[in-house]
Design a protein around this ligand. Structure first.
Ligand SMILES: [Zn+2]
Length: 340
């Protein structure tokens, strides 16, 4: 993949008797490498600190991405998603290590043992409102990044977000049920589950949003015999909580397939590619897309992202789960496996 140039705004215009900061931009040539990487832009002077010998103030942006080169899937944090890997604006007076790292909800300094740097702190009354202007900078930068990535042809973009709020009833219908660590289906309030079962919350498997390439192929995840197509009715609610009402099949009439949209849509569990699989080997990612029941019940056709390109991204829930208290069994099983 060729490198991609992105222009970021690094700072606002801000001037009072203590600091003089100008709106400044920085260009980043981004080239994706397989694996997880933290990118930092060039540090650029954004102005002067009048209160301390007119020292030059420098700024740089940094963020972390993860790239699966084989499947061409790139993962970054969403805007307002506070994590170590999120977009950060770091400012520091030239030649010093007095770093201030701005996140969406807070500013931290390099020295975790103290409250503030000796000279450079902007969340004080000396520079009213500057912190919120810096927050605007990282929001704008992250939105620019997301927009750029989503426009790269051939790239699937996963964006880490927090799950949406669901009603208590809808929430129960997203609980995942495991028996002896093996995924067996979606929680059914009418079912009487025995001691062998365990449950996982949606929060523990929620990845965020995914944006497919327009026309990208995907196929069904084949569930267990207990729940062959993984509780589609309730999962459409999750998709709609994130994106609004779904009105048609994502893969409407693709390759001459007869969709039955009028009999209702489901939140189909799908994977990238053209082959329906039970266990999406080598991938942590399963996506939810609105599809018709005809598509959901047919594992012999594959689909394409035509009517919608945005889906829900779930991670690591069809893989075998280690249940607390069963660790020893799991170890024995894998040892047995290795022997054969
Ligand atoms: Zn369809």
């Amino acid at each position: 993949m060729k490198s991609k140039d992105i222009l970021f705004r690094l700072s606002p215009d801000y001037k009072n008797q203590f600091v003089d900061i100008q709106k400044t931009t920085v260009n980043l040539g981004l080239e994706f490498q397989n694996g997880k990487h933290t990118i930092t832009t060039k540090a650029v002077s954004i102005g002067r600190l009048e209160y301390i010998n007119s020292m030059s103030l420098y700024a740089e942006l940094s963020f972390t991405y993860e790239f699966d080169a084989k499947h061409k899937v790139l993962t970054i944090c969403g805007t307002d998603y506070e994590a170590k890997e999120s977009m950060t604006l770091t400012t520091f007076p030239e030649g010093t290590a007095e770093y201030c790292h701005q996140g969406y909800s807070k500013c931290t300094i390099e020295d975790e043992g103290s409250m503030c740097n000796p000279n450079w702190n902007y969340n004080t009354q000396m520079t009213p409102n500057l912190e919120s202007l810096f927050v605007d900078v990282i929001k704008e930068a992250n939105n620019t990044l997301i927009e750029t990535l989503q426009n790269i042809e051939g790239l699937t973009v996963q964006i880490k977000t927090s799950p949406p709020q669901l009603s208590p009833e809808a929430y129960l219908e997203t609980l995942l049920v495991y028996k002896k660590g093996e995924f067996v289906g979606i929680y059914d309030p009418k079912e009487d589950y025995g001691d062998d079962y365990s449950f996982k919350s949606i929060e523990s498997v929620w990845g965020g949003e995914v944006t497919f390439n327009y026309g990208e192929n995907f196929a069904n995840v084949i569930g267990s015999s207990h729940d062959p197509h993984i509780g589609g009715k309730s999962w459409i609610g999750l998709w709609q909580a994130q994106y609004g009402l779904a009105t048609t099949c994502t893969s409407l009439n693709y390759k001459g397939f007869h969709c039955n949209v009028s009999s209702g849509l489901v939140g189909g569990h799908v994977i990238l590619g053209t082959v329906a699989l039970k266990e999406p080997a080598g991938s942590d990612s399963v996506y939810i897309m609105p599809i018709c029941t005809a598509h959901n019940n047919n594992d012999n056709v594959y689909m394409a992202a035509l009517q919608y390109v945005k889906g829900i991204w779930l991670k690591n829930y069809l893989n075998k789960q280690t249940v607390m208290g069963e660790n020893n069994n799991a170890k024995e099983e894998s040892l047995d496996y290795a022997k054969h």
